[in-house]
Design a protein around this ligand. Structure first.
Ligand code: NAP
Length: 472
């Protein structure tokens, strides 16, 4: 397990260390190196020194490094999944699923590295030729959250490498070990020194602000909460640097009366419970048409009540711990307030005794004005609201500042498309509980973010478009 930082092709110590804990029992699993101002400066300097040569590397070379990283990551998936599960608390099957999904970003961007499009046209007036090319944007700062410590890192490292950018990665303090393991893979896959640097700054806000005000840094790619995203957009504004923002969600899950109910229940189990509910894509507001609400709530509550909760790395466990006691307590407070405001619990709803950051799978029927619907519940809690008409379902689904993903269950294709078009979100899942795919553009509208990761769009977050006009 790597615990040092990686700067300019070297594993180095910092000014101190920081404990990483297993949230299922509070034990310390590692001490990782923490960066002071000197290491932060060294990381920026290394990325800057490597930038020009890296940008000139043949796309095929970058592609093959990514392909090799994909192969190593798949071969070592079990070991990396154990690290993910230990530091994050999620169950091993979710962790393994995440690692394989994360590796797919390397494979996808290995394929994209050699397919960056350009354009050559005669201008409409015929006075010149229009040449459009895409160039690496340069030194990029990548900041990732704790909930998908592997996939959120590779979703940024993959396109940055493919585009020819150098980078400084700053993982979440709760889950740095996974990022360090991935950087170790990149080193073995042949990434030249200085191209990837990973740091864990001691004073996060201050250090990241300094990096964003450094003229050598050209691009910011952030995944995390809308609250921190807003702060970083303001910081980036001072130098007008490019921002890609993958922020919070509060996904609606709409079940129409003509839906296949068992399929909708299975879909919600995935959309809500993947990662123990700690996903930006997690279904957080379940809207069910009145005529099927009782049946749906009963079947879904039954499925939720059967989940086995425990230490993520233990066999047979389906619901692991939250990442920390602090995060778990936030979930409990939201549920307590929802019950106080008239919510009716069907299963779960009480904090278990003991040291681990556990919270049980919880289903609660609430009124459409219940405040829990205004929060991104980052845990295993599903609030259910009933509705009468399609129009009301769309209005309720859109009644949030977020717009990352929405889920729609119906057997009527026209109704599904009408709803998908009317819903304000960057992604819509129809009759499916998970649609994340490295080959598809992932991202939100409204306060869920700016830009897209993955798909054909992802590489463009690391490329600058240049137009060259040629007199002929
Ligand atoms: P967070 O608190 O916003 O932290 C995300 C990252 O930002 C961490 O590395 C954190 O570092 C860093 N950070 C915190 N304050 C900062 C500051 N002032 N300046 C610079 N960096 C700062 O989010 P989280 O709790 O880790 O993750 C959960 C959130 O991420 C949820 O809202 C979820 O929806 C969102 N998310 C979105 C997507 C998406 O694709 N849209 C995917 C996954 C997660 P420290 O850990 O050191 O504080």
């Amino acid at each position: 397990m790597r615990t040092q930082m990686y700067i300019d092709g070297q594993w180095v110590d910092g000014i101190t260390t920081m404990p990483v804990t297993d949230p299922s029992d509070g034990s310390v699993i590692a001490e990782v190196a923490v960066a002071g101002p000197e290491q932060c400066e060294a990381a920026v300097a290394a990325a800057d020194r490597a930038a020009a040569d890296w940008a000139k590397t043949a796309p095929r070379v970058r592609s093959e490094i990514l392909r090799k990283a994909f192969e190593i990551m798949v071969a070592e998936a079990d070991a990396i999944a154990t690290i993910v599960s230990k530091e994050n608390g999620k169950v091993l099957t979710d962790a393994k699923g995440e690692v394989l999904y994360a590796a797919e970003f390397f494979r996808w961007f290995a394929e994209e590295a050699v397919r960056v499009p350009g354009d050559f046209r005669k201008s409409p007036s015929g006075d010149k030729r229009i040449l459009v090319t895409h160039q690496p944007i340069g030194v990029s700062l990548l900041i990732t959250p704790w909930n998908f410590p592997a996939a959120m890192a590779t979703r940024k490292i993959g396109p940055a490498i493919a585009a020819g950018c150098t980078m400084i990665l700053k993982p979440a303090s709760e889950t740095p070990l996974t990022a360090l393991a991935i950087v170790d893979i990149m080193e073995r896959a042949g990434v030249p020194k200085g191209v990837i640097n990973v740091i864990l700054p001691q004073k996060v806000g201050e250090s990241i602000s300094k990096i964003l005000h450094d003229p050598r840094v050209k691009n910011l790619s952030f995944t995390g909460s809308t609250e921190v995203g807003r702060v970083l957009i303001r910081e980036a504004a001072d130098r007008v640097i490019r921002c890609s923002m993958e922020l919070g969600g509060n996904a609606p899950f709409v079940v129409f009366e003509d839906a296949d109910i068992p399929a909708a229940v299975a879909g919600l189990m995935l959309a809500k419970m993947r990662n123990g509910g700690a996903a930006c894509t997690a279904a957080n507001r379940v809207y069910v048409q009145k005529s099927v609400a009782d049946q749906f709530t009963k079947e879904f509550s039954q499925a939720m009540s059967q989940l086995k909760m425990g230490k993520g790395t233990d066999a047979g466990i389906q619901l692991g711990a939250s990442v920390s006691i602090k995060e778990r307590n936030k979930i409990a407070e939201l549920v307590d307030a929802a019950v106080k405001a008239g919510g009716k619990l069907h299963t779960g709803g009480s904090t278990p005794e003991g040291a681990g950051a556990f919270y049980p799978a919880t289903v609660i029927s609430v009124d459409k004005s219940n405040d829990i619907l205004n929060h991104e519940v980052f845990g295993p809690v599903a609030p259910i609201v009933t509705f009468d008409t399609d129009q009301e379902a769309i209005q309720l689904a859109n009644s949030t500042d977020f717009g990352l993903i929405s889920y729609v269950f119906t057997k009527d294709l026209a109704r599904a498309i009408r709803t998908a078009e009317a819903i304000e979100s960057g992604m819509v899942a129809i009759n499916k509980g998970v649609i994340s795919d490295p080959a598809a553009p992932f991202g939100g509208v409204k306060q869920s973010g700016l830009g897209r990761e993955g798909g054909f769009d992802g590489i463009h977050e690391f490329l600058e478009t240049k137009y060259i006009g040629v007199e002929i």
